[in-house]
Design a protein around this ligand. Structure first.
Ligand code: ZN
Length: 239
């Protein structure tokens, strides 16, 4: 009986407390501010930038030859072009221009214009070094001009540095294998005014896909404002 009384008291107690706890749902949240739905802040539309494509604009279509060296030459002439050198070299009984690339100086070809020859497109050996290893495995680059007498133009220097940096990167050619013709043959080529050390150390840079044309925009690609917005003047190691 004692426990029954205890239960009764507990029940009474609960009945006294529960009404105090009980609140209708609306009363329970009456003190909370009403929920408001605010639309998300409007975001600026996504700016889709065209992708920067890293590529070698001079990549031949066929399989690459095993390139180990880059040999720099000058034409030892005032002006010139691929066609002019081709004619000259055919006159020597060769099968055409001996170099893989020719860089113009504005006389016969555009200033700083880089043109590949049939040897590059066909990935055939060169006829430029007077040395079998360097003809077989050396990429021959000829800059139009006589750098024993004259200075290369700024556009030519920028062009050769860009070409060398791309070729070094693409074919894993170390800077030490970018050499002057005089390093493998008794010749003054490519002249005392061509800074071979500077050219050989040209740094690989991200390359932007540009149409491969005869008039390749060698210099404009490095100018501030494009293709890398905000690129400061003089930041490019090829300048
Ligand atoms: Zn040479």
């Amino acid at each position: 009986m004692k426990s029954a009384r205890g239960y009764s008291l507990l029940l009474l107690g609960l009945l006294a407390v529960l009404p105090g706890c009980w609140q209708s749902p609306s009363a329970r949240y009456a003190n909370y501010p009403p929920a408001t739905l605010t639309p998300p802040a409007s975001r600026p539309p996504l700016q889709i930038q065209p992708p920067v494509v890293v590529q070698n604009p001079w990549k031949p279509t066929g399989p690459a030859r095993e390139w180990r060296h880059i040999v720099i030459h000058h034409s030892a002439s005032e002006g010139g072009s691929v066609e002019a050198i081709d004619k000259q070299h055919k006159g020597r009984g060769w099968d055409g221009v001996g170099y893989h690339f020719v860089i113009g100086n504005g006389d016969g070809m555009g200033d700083g214009e880089i043109e590949s020859t049939f040897r590059w497109r066909g990935q055939t050996h060169g006829a430029h070094a007077g040395n079998n290893e360097y003809n077989q495995h050396g990429i021959g680059i000829c800059l139009i001009g006589n750098f024993e007498e004259e200075q290369p133009s700024a556009a030519q220097l920028a062009a050769v540095k860009r070409l060398v940096s791309v070729l070094k990167h693409e074919y894993a050619i170390p800077s030490g294998e970018v050499i002057a013709h005089r390093d493998v043959k008794a010749t003054a080529c490519p002249g005392r005014n061509l800074p071979i050390a500077e050219i050989s150390q040209s740094v690989e840079l991200p390359l932007v896909s540009l149409p491969v044309t005869r008039q390749y925009p060698v210099v404009s690609a490095w100018q501030p404002g494009g293709p890398w917005p905000g690129m400061a003047v003089g930041r490019s190691p090829i300048r």
